[in-house]
Design a protein around this ligand. Structure first.
Ligand code: GTP
Ligand code: MG
Length: 484
């Protein structure tokens, strides 16, 4: 990992803190209006649930012009905790806010977390909790729910489990959840939820990795953290946090760049860690910590017409790359779907018809979507198209897939819409032999070329089959202690 050591100024600040046992890390970028609440919840949680541990809260900010850092530093002092919890904190509550350094000229959420990992290691914490700074639904108990499985249960990685409105978390629902589950066989429902618990051992593992990319410095960080925990053989669980309420995003207008960063990262990791998933069949539940919650998250507006319009335009903007990346069957299906998307938008925008997008029966089948993602993973392995162009061409298809999910679940509650996400995840699992067979064929072809032509072409089997073990640390995928 680049910049494994902290810059001098930061090191001095961290040295002043001494050591800590538990840390809450909060990345931020222009979150002045919400971060004060998150900091207060984190502080109260640290004191209420872990009174014997030495706590610290670290905010890594992008240098936001809106005063985010000032809010963190000025937010209620420890007396506030005493007032609301009726106890004086036993250990001094430390709190710092800093501007994180960019990594190779790139800043973003991942660069912020990279600094947070470095500080956590320097302070020798046993558990790190990271939470987003735009959260409305965090309460002090989240700190216990995210750190408890590490400190009491011996787990290394705690992923969040929350109810999100049926149209929120679309990158999760369409790609990271079903694909991670099918690849590694673990049902981690929110692999990029943004709120995680991480053990000291796993932080050390993160800091040893040498595959950092600019996408990981941005929103690729969440899937990188989750995948590295799994491929490193660390003990993984999830925790029930209730509802995730945060700044809303409309997939069609806000999520394109995030999709590229997340999906480029998952594809790179799929190629790199093939040895960890090629032999995995089916999937299993992982332990879920915490009391069940029944909460309805607030609704979110999505512009479905825009999604379908982008899908239709994909024929022009991405058609050439589709032709390289997709197998003939998927290419034919996608071309037909893009035409259908165009027809639906035309009908909905014509003044003389009362049709709306919501009335349409536009359907993007689960199996087709699963195979598209598999074709893109194979294309990433074959290196036939530069990865950024490859992933850019997937965005219109993601929009089409999201539009289809919205149309299919429009009458359903968030709870019932979950069945569609599960149905799709099963399609990924059932379709996995398609991916494995073609992956092995690419390996075999590269090996056949290898001896005759000298160097094996592309990403050969020899690269994908060498396991990356955490150095100097035994692998384990069961908790160190009895699970709580
Ligand atoms: N330091 C830093 N933090 C950032 C940057 N961009 C986003 N963040 C933080 O990362 C967190 C998640 O960003 P959001 O924009 O809320 O992303 P999201 O769509 O809600 O993503 P998820 O919640 O993970 O589904 C928030 O705490 C942001 O403040 C950045 O450029 N620098
Ligand atoms: Mg958010």
């Amino acid at each position: 990992m680049p910049q494994a050591t902290l810059p001098k100024g930061l090191r001095d600040e961290v040295e002043r803190l001494g050591k800590a046992d538990i840390m809450v890390g909060i990345p931020s970028f222009k979150n002045a209006s919400t971060i004060g609440y998150v900091v207060r919840a984190a502080q109260a949680g640290l004191v209420q649930y872990f009174p014997d541990l030495r706590p610290v809260v670290v905010n890594a900010d992008a240098g936001s012009p809106d005063g985010t850092q000032r809010v963190v530093v000025d937010t209620e002092p420890p007396e506030y905790i005493e007032r609301i919890l009726l106890v004086r904190p036993r250990n001094r509550l430390q709190r710092i806010s800093l501007t994180y350094p960019e990594i190779d000229g790139v800043g973003g959420k991942g660069a912020a977390l990279r600094t947070i990992f470095g500080i956590a290691r320097a302070l020798e914490v046993q558990a790190l909790v990271v939470v987003d700074s735009d959260l409305r639904s965090i309460v002090p108990e989240w700190i216990e729910l995210l750190a408890g499985p590490i400190l009491k249960g011996g787990f290394d990685f705690v992923a969040p489990l929350y109810s999100r409105y049926k149209y929120d978390g679309t990158i999760t629902n369409t790609v990271t959840y079903p694909f991670t589950r099918a690849l590694y066989g673990l049902r981690i429902r929110q692999p990029i939820g943004g709120d995680f618990g991480v053990s000291g051992d796993l932080i050390a593992h993160y800091l040893e990795q040498d595959d950092w990319t600019p996408d990981i410095s941005k929103f690729g960080i969440d899937i990188w953290m989750t995948t590295k925990a799994v491929t490193g053989g660390f003990a993984v669980c999830q925790t029930r946090l209730g509802a995730k309420v945060h700044d809303p995003k409309d997939p069609g207008s806000d999520l394109g760049p995030m999709f590229s960063q997340v999906v480029s990262t998952i594809l790179r990791l799929t190629v790199k860690h093939a040895d960890r998933w090629l032999g995995v069949r089916g999937s299993r539940e992982i332990p879920a910590y915490g009391f069940e919650r029944i909460i309805d998250p607030p609704p979110l507006e999505v512009n479905t017409q825009r999604l379908l319009d982008e899908m239709a335009k994909g024929r022009l903007t991405a058609g050439d790359t589709w032709a390289v990346a997709l197998a003939p069957e998927q290419l034919a299906a996608v071309t037909e779907l893009a035409e259908e998307a165009g027809r639906v938008v035309d009908a909905a925008t014509r003044a003389d018809t009362p049709t709306t997008i919501e009335d349409s029966t536009f359907t993007f089948p689960d199996e087709t979507w699963a195979r598209i993602i598999f074709d893109y993973a194979l294309a990433a392995k074959a290196d036939a198209v530069p990865l950024d162009r490859l992933v850019a061409s997937l965005i219109p298809l993601y929009f089409g897939r999201v539009a289809s999910l919205i149309i299919e679940t429009r009458e359903l509650t968030t709870d019932r819409a979950e069945a569609f996400v599960e149905r799709q995840a099963r399609a990924f699992e059932l379709g996995k032999p398609y991916l494995v067979e073609r992956w092995r064929a690419l390996d075999a072809a590269a090996n056949a070329v290898g001896p005759r032509g000298g160097k094996p072409k592309g990403r050969s089997a020899s690269r994908t089959t060498s396991p990356t073990k955490p150095r100097g640390r035994p692998k384990r995928d069961t908790p160190k202690k009895a699970a709580t």
